[in-house]
Design a protein around this ligand. Structure first.
Ligand code: FES
Length: 139
């Protein structure tokens, strides 16, 4: 009787682990195959304005490198290279602080790419963009 209880408990634990392992494997595949909300045409990236809520940032590939579009709280948009000007790591958007953090040496940048603190010697490079009929075109 006691062995049956242990077997059932072990079975539940193994089933849970198998489910977690399946999720860990399938999520990256799903992310790779899922449609993206940005599109590249003639080297320009288009993103729908409705996909950029206030306070959010969206990372994308631009001209063979990593770039980011950010909409500050208050509505202003900025497009930047996401490559840190210190040693080239990719910055991360910290939504709660509304700034960019470089994970390599803790460089911080404003939503406009200006250095706040840390070792980066200069601002993130701005990328030109236009907004037409609800579509943001970067590049
Ligand atoms: S590479 Fe970004 S702070 Fe060093």
């Amino acid at each position: 009787m006691e062995n049956d209880g242990r077997r059932n408990f072990l079975g539940i634990c193994l089933g849970g682990l198998a489910t977690l392992a399946a999720a860990a494997v399938s999520f990256p595949v799903f992310r790779y195959l899922a449609p993206r909300s940005s599109k590249v045409t003639n080297g320009k990236v288009t993103i729908l304005e409705k996909d950029m809520p206030e306070g959010e940032a969206k990372f994308f590939e631009f001209a063979g490198s990593s770039a980011v579009l950010v909409r500050k709280r208050g509505g202003e948009l900025t497009a930047l290279s996401a490559v840190c000007t210190h040693l080239g790591c990719i910055v991360q958007w910290e939504k709660d602080k509304q700034d960019f953090l470089c994970p390599c040496h803790a460089g911080r940048f404003t939503p406009e790419g200006v250095v706040i603190s840390g070792p980066p010697p200069k601002a993130l490079t701005k990328i030109p963009f236009v907004v037409t009929n609800g579509t943001i075109t970067v590049g």
